[in-house]
Ligand binder design. Structure first.
Ligand code: ATP
Ligand code: TZE
Ligand code: MG
Length: 278
């Protein structure tokens, strides 16, 4: 099994490369949290660009070093934009991150997410309910756990999504990150459990969406697994630090962005995580 020290060195390299090179990771994301996603990407050292239209999605897929696709608030145009953008990413072997928000909810969402099975996202990032639902939609192992999707917030525990996460990662050949109180990140052979964060992260919308955007930023400079673990680590570190300084969700969000910005590569790599073989 890969050593923890090796993983930490690769995380440090990813963070430092991003801070030095300001890589562009474009997004097609939901209208609720679009601003927070862009701000989080900028805070860690990346560059952001958000689009809606099919030809612009294709352009972004080619121009960006990685792309983030979040299906949170669908509109009719996405019926064209999402498959066309994913096809370019797949054909060019460019890293991209899928956030299957509210998987299992609605016909267009279900149809688009079903098509994504063949485009194999490099990283799938979602909460437990979304990861279980997506594995079910793709007919993979782990979907025997029933997802209890109700909307965009998780109603399942991270550990209940373990088999689904492993099955999804093995199918894509990339990584899967399941968020919650403790985050689970896997490439299908190793699982990392990342600790930290804050209960306030459940009280602001978009902590998960913006985490997906930050995974895409790190995916410009690291493997899917390292990118997902690095992003989860900086989120958990910044969340814990911000919680100590504030007394509610409003000031938490502001402080959280400051802590994302201030976290150093070594601090991020030293945020507590455990690894185990699958
Ligand atoms: N109770 C908690 N304690 C600590 N950290 C948490 C907690 N809940 C969520 N987090 C952290 O918040 C971030 C987002 O995870 P969450 O599961 O809330 O995503 P999500 O449900 O997709 O969010 P959204 O859809 O609102 O963007 C992750 O970094 C996760 O570790
Ligand atoms: C609240 C909400 N509704 C659709 S997307 C979104 C952001 C969190 O997923
Ligand atoms: Mg979400």
């Amino acid at each position: 099994m890969i050593s923890k020290e090796n993983i930490q060195n690769r995380m440090i390299q990813a963070v430092e490369t991003v801070k030095r090179t300001n890589p562009m990771a474009g997004s097609i994301t939901n209208s609720v949290t679009i601003n927070f996603v862009a701000n989080a990407q900028l805070a860690v050292g990346g560059s952001a660009a958000m689009v809606y239209l099919p030809d612009e999605g294709e352009f972004l897929a080619k121009a960006g070093a990685a792309t983030y696709i979040n299906v949170g608030t669908l509109l009719p145009v996405y019926e064209q934009t999402l498959p066309r953008t994913a096809k370019v990413l797949h054909d060019l072997s460019k890293p991209w991150v899928l956030d299957p928000v509210a998987a299992g909810f609605g016909l267009l969402r279900t149809e688009l997410l079903r098509q994504y099975k063949e485009y194999k996202p490099s990283v799938i990032r979602g909460n437990a309910s979304e990861i279980i639902a997506l594995a079910g939609l793709w007919g993979l192992d782990g979907s025997s756990e029933e997802s209890h999707v109700r909307g965009v917030d998780s109603t399942d525990s991270v550990i209940a999504a373990r088999a689904a996460a492993v099955a999804l990662a093995r199918w894509t050949g990339g990584a899967v990150a399941v968020s919650g109180k403790t985050d689970l990140i896997t490439d299908g052979s190793v699982i990392a459990f990342s600790q930290g964060g804050s209960h306030f992260m459940e009280k602001i919308t978009g902590s998960g969406c913006s985490l997906g955007g930050v995974v895409a930023v790190y995916a410009t400079a690291a493997s899917p697994f390292i990118a997902a673990l690095t992003a989860s680590s900086v989120y958990n570190l910044a969340g814990s630090r911000a919680e100590n300084e504030v007394d509610g969700p409003g000031s938490f969000q502001t402080r959280f962005l400051d802590e994302l910005y201030k976290a150093t590569a070594v601090e991020i790599a030293n945020n507590p995580f455990e690894i185990e073989e699958v």
